[in-house]
Design a protein around this ligand. Sequence first.
Ligand code: PMP
Length: 415
Amino acid sequence: MSTKQEIGFSVEAIRRDFPILSETMRGKPLVYLDSAATSLKPQAVIDAEVEYLTKISANIHRGVYELSERATLMYDRARETIKAFLGVREDGEVVFTKSATEASNIISRSWGLKFVGADDEIVVSELEHHANIIPWQEVAKSTGATLRFVPLSADGSFDLEAVESVLSNRTRAVAITGMSNVTGFCPPIKEIVAAAHAAGAVVIVDGAQLVSHAPVDVAALDVDFLTFSGHKMCGPTGIGVLYGKRDLLNAMDPFLYGGDMIVRVKKDRATYKEAPDKFESGTPNISGAIGLGAAIDYLSSIGMDAIHEHEESLLRYARERLLDVSEVELIGAGDSGMAAGGIVSFTFGDIHSHDIGAILDSEGVAVRTGMHCAHPFMRFLGVNGTTRASFYLYNTRSDVDQLVRALDRVRETFA
Ligand code: PMP
């Protein structure tokens, strides 16, 4: 098991912060290797939500009474926490959404449908999660714009030159992931943003995996939009974030219309507030936002650099151990030399990933199996799904050992 000295923080102490890790699964200690789908939640996040629900409960931005004012304060504080965490410099650039998926749809519909034209091109990659590809397919369908795909290397990675090869003066948007949810591959975002800007394009980064696992500074990266979900970073489900440059957000039309986003309403028309309110119509997920603020405080107290380092070390160990299993073929773990987060995908002989997942489950090991909401990428890789183990701050080398031991059961079962 990793020690404090090796990785800069004590995993044993971290594990005590996550109540679910003391539960057993099918009579065995839980080995949770599915944080790329959703992370476990620490007590601090559970407490923050419970505090709002038990002691506050009131709506925000509406009441003039004490409880409502306290709710507003907590909600606004969560936004400030996110702002500091991402290095956001301006007010009005952090919008609460229900998920990364919703954030992506807000960008594609409110920005894409308004600013992309029939002669324009939208650059995406085949390794995108469906949440960052289908919304752009829909924009292309509605506007007549063309989708261009970044050419991928055999292991599913791509570099700056690959992106440059599809950029032109017709490129209006570049929508790419910050970290692949299938392979953990991290494209060189900063360089891609600079190249896309030079071509006159707006850059949308799907940060659903990246933001939870590595430090991100939006000002340093100069991204135009960034999307992510709270539940993949120790926060609650039902809360996500859309970061957008202020001018871009204010030039967009609202996504949902209703209460709390208006300046004035007449019988036949209304005027709208600026971002973020313009995109937060109706009662938001108040406890979710507060929980996400608490999750970010929790992660920041450990340090995103330290978390990233820990995951990289687990990833190296997992690759080593899995390469020793003769039936295992690692997917997308080639020698591209590109950065990668704590995700490892593999196939095991010709056994279907769902069968593998079920046997691993009987050993208390939770992994994701199947297509990972990335059908085009699976087709590119020529596989009918993979088994994916993903790591977070609470995972240990012993979790990896358990995974490898459980794979012996797969071999025995299919012998
Ligand atoms: N993008 C990536 C890379 C993801 O991994 C996910 C979640 N699997 C999403 C987008 C969508 O996130 P959510 O389901 O929380 O909206």
